[in-house]
Design a protein around this ligand. Structure first.
Ligand SMILES: Cc1cc2nc3c(=O)[nH]c(=O)nc-3n(C[C@H](O)[C@H](O)[C@H](O)COP(=O)(O)OP(=O)(O)OC[C@H]3O[C@@H](n4cnc5c(N)ncnc54)[C@H](O)[C@@H]3O)c2cc1C
Length: 370
């Protein structure tokens, strides 16, 4: 039976990034249920890096990941994974208190936030509804090339010797004195440590391994790709409602729009719901006066959260040699470099990378959930 030091369940951004970090130090296998990596949440993201997204306790991971994404180390290609975008959070007259609370919650974090009055907003978002009167601009928000990032992590892991087994769902996991015996599709392997990077399936994987589930809940999020008239300006920022009821951004001459839906559902190959799509369009039409000429494409994916909405990075308190890298919610791409380095340092007992200087590992320790 092949033996590995670490078997990682899931080849999304979480599993791929961790494999790239640890493969130089130990024998690693990534086991993926699907026939290609990135089929679930990782391949369905809206592809932005926004320091405020996910809240002030996720922000240290996002901020720490920024320089790495902007200028990746040798071996990850010689180009940035980030492109300029900016983010604009908008408020109507009766939402000004929310805008104030939003800005205050990031005080002292170093996240750049610039207040915008109506005249400045209209210059950035033409055709803006008259009742939208104020905003906060985050100049540092960027687009992320998610496909390139994910592929670069997989390629780096592979070059360092990690294996990738596709069509290899974790079907059974027995832990004994010699470590884990794992059934991955039709093959069996042994491993010292089992890593749960299974995204929406994080709790089912824990249960399969006899470890207490931590209440990781998948929520559906819908995105529409639209052709509008006027077309979205190429330099339109990521534009969000301060209530968390919509966001949109330009993408290759089209507009990506989400109603910011959060419908709990079991882990699944999520699909968009007609009602969420109608809601998205209705909300969009209350923000700008642009005509929607066509909805060209729509998709949904799952964002999976622990009960406190912070990621789970660390060993299970009840499962020997079982490691959680899950609960990345809506920020798993933008936090991946720092989250992977943190996970690698805990998993292998390595000296934490200097990028983690301002990251408090205790915030993400699964033991916090009892
Ligand atoms: C619509 C949408 C927009 C988003 N926008 C952004 C954004 O702009 N920026 C950002 O940072 N994040 C964004 N996110 C969040 C981000 O996509 C996720 O946080 C991230 O992709 C999670 O990565 P993951 O590797 O944990 O999960 P996944 O990519 O889902 O990977 C988990 C993998 O585990 C596999 N698996 C599950 N069970 C088993 C098993 N038993 N055996 C083997 N394999 C198994 C699955 O097949 C899957 O491939 C968005 C998410 C959605 C849905």
């Amino acid at each position: 039976m092949p033996h590995y030091d670490v078997v990682i369940i899931g080849a999304g951004i979480a599993g791929a990034s961790l494999a790239a970090e640890i493969a130089p130090h130990c024998r690693v296998l990534i086991a993926e249920a699907e026939d290609r990596p990135g089929y679930h949440s990782t391949g369905r993201s809206a592809a932005f890096w926004a320091e405020s997204y996910g809240g002030p306790q996720v922000q240290p991971l996002t901020t720490a990941s920024g320089p790495w994404l902007a200028s990746p180390p040798p071996g990850y290609g010689d180009r940035s994974f980030l492109g300029p975008r900016g983010a604009l959070t908008l408020a109507r007259g009766d939402e000004l208190h929310l805008l104030g609370e939003f800005q205050t919650s990031f005080a002292g974090t170093g996240v750049r936030m610039e207040p915008r009055d109506r005249a400045a907003l209209v210059a950035q978002v033409p055709g803006l509804a008259a009742d939208i009167v104020a905003g906060i601009f985050e100049p540092d928000c960027c687009d992320i090339d998610v496909g390139a990032l994910h592929q670069a992590y997989l390629a780096t892991a592979r070059r360092a010797g990690a294996g990738l087994a596709l069509r290899s769902p974790l079907l059974a996991a027995q832990h004994g004195s010699a470590g884990w015996v794992l059934t991955l599709g039709d093959q069996q392997v042994t491993a010292r440590t089992l890593v749960n990077a299974a995204g929406a399936w994080a709790d089912p994987v824990a249960i399969r391994a006899g470890v207490r589930p931590l209440g990781v809940q998948p929520y559906r999020r819908t995105v529409l790709q639209m052709r509008t008239n006027p077309a979205a300006p190429v330099d339109l920022p990521l534009t969000l409602g301060v209530r968390g009821d919509y966001y949109f951004k330009p993408e290759a001459g089209r507009l990506w729009l989400s109603p910011h839906d959060e419908t709990p559902e079991p882990a699944a190959d999520s699909a968009p719901d007609e009602l969420d799509m109608a809601l998205a369009i209705d909300r969009f039409q209350q923000v700008v006066d642009w005509r929607i000429e066509a909805v060209e494409h729509r998709w949904a994916g799952q964002r999976s959260f622990a009960p406190d909405r912070l990621p789970l990075i660390g060993f299970a308190s009840d499962g020997p040699d079982f490691f959680w890298l899950a609960g990345q919610g809506g920020f798993g791409i933008q936090t991946a470099p720092a989250a992977a380095k943190l996970a690698a340092s805990i998993l292998l007992g390595l000296t934490p990378d200097p990028m983690l200087e301002r990251v408090d590992a205790k915030l993400y320790d699964p033991a916090r959930l009892g």
